[in-house]
Design a protein around this ligand. Sequence first.
Ligand code: DMJ
Length: 441
Amino acid sequence: MTILDSLTTLWLMDLKEEFVRAKNFVENDLDFGKADDDVSVFELIIRALGGLLGAHALSGNSIFLRQAKTLGSMLLPALNTSSKLPLPKWNLAKGRGEPSAEPTILAEAGSMQLEFRYLSAQTKDPKFRKAADAAFRAIKSTRLKGILPVYLTPPGHAQVHALSSKVAIGALADSYYEYLLKQWLQSPREVDFKEMWLAVVDDIPALVVPQPLPPVPTGAGGVGPPYSGHADDDRPAKMEPPEYKLLEAKANGERIWKMDHLSCFVPGMIVLGLKTLPPADLQENNRNTTLWLLAEGIAKSCYELWSRSKSGLASEFAPVESQAPFRFQTVPQRGRHSFLRPEAVESFFYLYRFTGDEKYRRWGERIFRSIQQNARVEAGFASVQDVNVLPTEKLDEMQSFVMAETMKYLFLLFSPADVLDLDRFVLNTEAHPLPRGSTTT
Ligand code: DMJ
């Protein structure tokens, strides 16, 4: 998995020799038919399929598409359930997955569409897209709008509905929201995706503390952050956004006082939307002002998740005090590890790209140095047992997203914009670039 998940990083970093070695592996040694293990369908799609498709999109080499088609075809039966929602796990070698009575995780049902739609467009075979669209329609059949409960009925349940479960934008839900916007970027004529995404962002303030300020007129025209920006910004009302915490809510609406690092992709997703949506959508509900403020304010808390620990690495989540000023609290033992997740630096990359504010590079640099200092091992970057214990205890593992995402976003944060042109590419949830507008119907 790590090789496939690293392909697009190697290409973007211009590590030619390593890319050719990885390509040779894909060409000569990769045999999905030998993968005799129950593997997460979601992870296979976003990491392995996404990696192959991204490598194809960047390099144009057909071997990546050929292997992507093989993998996509082997995975399709996992989506052939009564509800059309995917089975959670699939054994590629045996060609079967266990029927599951477990609830379907929202992120897993709603994060295959970018990959399968691109695969169909490139292979001219609609079967992948049809399966992904059927899964998406199954989610839509709940008729819910905005931020949804994180669990849906199990895949074998023909009638799909949302289960009474927490409402969150981070763990278990995240990339479903991300793919609403990104499916629209991939296929701009399908405005439904954009409308669904707008309903989501309009719901975000309800999960944020302190309550976002009512939007104020900035006197500045155009699209851009009204409260901060370039050092040479001469707009008069320049103000730092407050530090916002992004919470979750129980099924009964009660707040859950914790913030997940996983939710730190939200600022990046918001500003990507702000930079790509038609102006009319941004004027509605004064979204331009409110959303810039939210994105920058949430990003601050994400940086704090890293900078507050002794190692400079972020804990998996942090409890939030339930009254103003809503500070982070001591992290319980079960949340003190770090997988070196990418979401904060992902957001800093988008925020820097769209604002030019140097603070995002400073934050990224500090994070990079902390990773070097406290997670580097001979063969890579290890997950860490407790972010507040020095010297850090390193676990014997490296998540493949460290190469696919964390290192890629850090690299892109410090690279000229033409290294990855966001007018041409949209990144899947594992940071593999796929062409924008590539699946227009
Ligand atoms: C990655 O595999 C993807 O970004 C996914 O959407 C969420 N979890 C990890 C990174 O934390």
